[in-house]
Design a protein around this ligand. Structure first.
Ligand code: C5P
Length: 349
């Protein structure tokens, strides 16, 4: 891995931490505002379309801003190699379901219960990574993932107990439906994420072409969801009913986040992505309650420390290879031989 890729990896991880914290806060905000509620099925379609257009634009730039060349390239990548394109149908179907089910889960479960249960995707991701990518984790890494889950759970449950929030009409909520929805999201997130990683790293197509393929299926399947669930409302109120500037901001944020996930998975892997997202879960909790007069108590500090400790534990389990990469880069850059005792020294030529 060269220096540029390494830098991109850390920048994309950092941005993912900030992005997923902000998307959690803003989604909760738009879903709890009084007044006309936007259609979540249409929001899924708009986010998919935005991702598709962005990736097509990047392909256009990569083809020297030549529309004919771009069209020929995309035709070849998507239509001629349709067998390759069809592989993306599986993650597209799962992500479309998942992106819709997240809204079902949020509407039927208390926010904290949803957040905690959704963290189970860390474990499903690790399981599928082992099964599909033959990426075995050491006992220490499994231990760190369990610690991570426990840490996030403590942070969320503690906050739930502290901030009861405004009274919610629970008669319209069905916790069993919410729980089933979030569990399905966890399985989907783990499987689709690892499947996409396998396709991305196993072939020659770029991350942008892969996302064009994913976005085409995602948009079509999302439209099917609108037709199936909200066709009547759309015919009466329109597709963009209830879209405020804030709703648009959330959709843009979600689309950006999806692309960021793809970049992070390209340069690292799905488990590292899960670690970043768990850290952002703690940050978003601090930020959300800070805005409402947050007070750190022992339980919160304990949960947050467990999350940070777990991330450290997981990453130091792979630090040998990272150190080796740095040593190799230094050697190549400065052409200085590396001594086994760990010290750099110039040699007389
Ligand atoms: O929670 P999880 O990490 O599974 O969420 C992944 C999100 O990233 C989904 O909303 C999915 O639509 C999006 N994604 C994407 N492009 C990819 C991979 C994921 O838009 N290549």
């Amino acid at each position: 891995m060269n220096y540029f890729n390494s830098l991109l990896k850390y920048i994309s991880l950092l941005v993912l931490v900030v992005q997923s914290a902000s998307v959690a806060l803003s989604t909760r905000y738009v879903c709890t505002l009084p007044g006309d509620r936007f259609l979540t099925t249409s929001a899924v379609v708009v986010a998919e379309t935005l991702k598709l257009l962005t990736c097509a634009f990047v392909v256009f730039l990569q083809n020297g801003c030549d529309p004919k060349r771009t069209a020929a390239f995309l035709y070849d990548s998507v239509v001629v190699r349709r067998g390759d394109t069809l592989k993306l149908l599986v993650p597209a179907l799962l992500y479309t379901l998942q992106n819709n089910l997240v809204y079902v889960a949020v509407s039927n479960l208390p926010a904290a219960t949803f957040q905690v249960t959704y963290q189970l995707k860390i474990l499903t991701t690790a399981l599928f990574s082992g099964m599909m990518l033959r990426r075995s984790l050491s006992r220490r890494q499994w231990g760190s993932l369990l610690l991570l889950f426990a840490g996030v759970a403590i942070v969320q449950v503690q906050q739930h107990g502290r901030h009861k929030g405004p009274a919610v009409d629970s008669s319209s909520q069905n916790p069993a439906v919410g729980l089933l929805a979030v569990l399905a999201c966890c399985v989907s997130s783990g499987f689709a994420g690892v499947y996409f990683e396998k396709i991305l790293k196993g072939g020659s197509a770029s991350i942008w072409v892969r996302n064009v393929q994913l976005g085409l299926f995602g948009t079509a399947l999302g439209m099917l969801g609108v037709w199936w669930k909200d066709s009547e409302t759309v015919s009466v109120n329109g597709f963009f009913f209830g879209y405020t500037p804030m709703v648009w901001a959330v959709i843009f944020n979600k689309a950006f986040g999806g692309l960021l996930v793809a970049v992070v998975v390209r340069y690292t892997d799905n488990i590292v992505k899960s670690l970043a997202m768990s850290l952002s879960c703690v940050i978003s909790t601090v930020l959300s309650v800070y805005l409402f007069d947050f007070h750190v108590d022992h339980l919160f500090a304990c949960g947050a420390a467990m999350v940070i400790g777990a991330i450290y534990m997981y990453s130091t389990a792979t630090s040998m290879s990272t150190t080796r990469i740095w040593r190799c880069s230094l050697q190549t850059l400065h052409q200085i031989p590396y001594r086994v005792d760990g010290q750099l020294s110039m040699v007389d030529s």
